[in-house]
Design a protein around this ligand. Structure first.
Ligand SMILES: [Ca+2]
Length: 321
């Protein structure tokens, strides 16, 4: 999200002087529904920076933008109104958008984290506890998660439906050391139950470091599947693996009399496999009745038995704190 005073000033600078007078006229004629008007003596003839100051002082950031959009529409300057709205909706992440626009609804937004040259689309899940940037959603078989490294790096699927945001995008969000991030994993089982896991201090390493997963303290009711149902399979600190990029710690792993070289090919999809481990949400999706017993599935091995149990739907999302 652009800085509001700068954004408003850039907008007013598009107006010729005569249009600025008209703009100011709307502010003092008390013609704006739901917004207090600014006394004529304060706004009439004031320059553009002064007008921005008055807007921000009178209405606060969010409403100053709303009033400006409203007036521009009344002046039949639809294109400038739309441009202002669009620029205002661009944020650095969903948490910031929600913080600055408490009424913002869930949906697709364009964001640009600091240091990122090309803005990208994300789905923001706006909740009372803040704006969450969705990094994974599964709910069916329309989108295949059986993909290679490049796809997991760049992202795939449809923002409003099942998708993977992309490791490079999640890295670009979480690399900024001035912010801490919370990861929330939501699980829906085939019996109508739900469970969740929250991890503090979530972040990914760079691609050079295989987008290693880092999570802090766990809370929730789904169990800490990332650290695993038994010792020796902790995924925290592990690199991402796909069928064409092996960082899973198996060369091979022995599970009873089964020798396992490659967790990605058996569990399906890409994940931070650590001697495979208990969490694996990017495997094959299975419908009700076909969701138990497959090596590949949407597994969160600390919360449902009998195992392996494949969830009906999952969502992973992050919030900056
Ligand atoms: Ca291996």
């Amino acid at each position: 999200m652009a800085c509001v005073p700068e954004l408003l000033l850039a907008t007013l600078e598009e107006l010729v002087d005569k249009q600025l007078r008209t703009f100011q006229w709307y502010l003092y004629t008390n013609d704006l529904e739901g917004f207090t008007h600014i006394p004529r003596s304060r706004v009439d003839g004031v320059d553009r920076p002064g007008t921005v100051d008055l807007l921000v002082q009178t209405y606060g950031y969010d409403s100053a933008v709303a009033v400006t959009v409203d007036v521009l529409l009344r002046m039949k300057l639809k294109l400038w109104a739309e441009t202002l709205k669009k620029k205002y909706n661009e944020g650095t992440d969903c948490t910031q958008i929600k913080a600055l626009s408490p009424q913002a609804s869930s949906g697709v937004y364009v964001i640009q984290p600091p240091g990122v040259t090309t803005p990208f689309k994300v789905y923001c899940e706006m909740r009372p506890d803040g704006g969450w940037t969705v990094m994974q959603r599964r709910s069916g078989e329309a989108v295949s998660f059986d993909k290679k490294w490049a796809a997991y790096k760049n992202g795939f699927g449809h923002m409003t439906q099942d998708h993977w945001l992309g490791l490079k995008n999640v890295f670009s969000l979480t690399k900024n050391k001035t912010k801490k991030w919370t990861l929330r994993v939501d699980l829906w089982d085939h019996e109508g139950g739900t469970a969740y896991a929250l991890y503090q201090n979530f972040r990914l390493s760079s691609e050079k470091n295989a987008f290693r997963l880092h999570v802090g303290k766990y809370t929730g009711d789904a169990g800490d599947a990332i650290r695993g149902a038994y010792p020796g399979i902790d995924q925290n600190g592990f690199g991402f693996s796909t069928i064409d990029r092996d960082n899973d710690g198996c060369s091979p792993c022995l599970f009873g009399d089964i020798s396992q070289m490659d967790c990605s090919s058996s569990e399906g999809g890409g994940w931070w496999f650590s001697r495979c481990g208990s969490a694996s949400l990017n495997g094959d999706w299975h419908p009700t009745g076909d969701h138990i017993g497959w090596a590949s599935g949407l597994h969160w091995g600390t919360c449902k038995t009998p195992m392996p149990y494949s969830m009906k739907a999952t969502r992973m999302m992050i919030k900056s704190v």
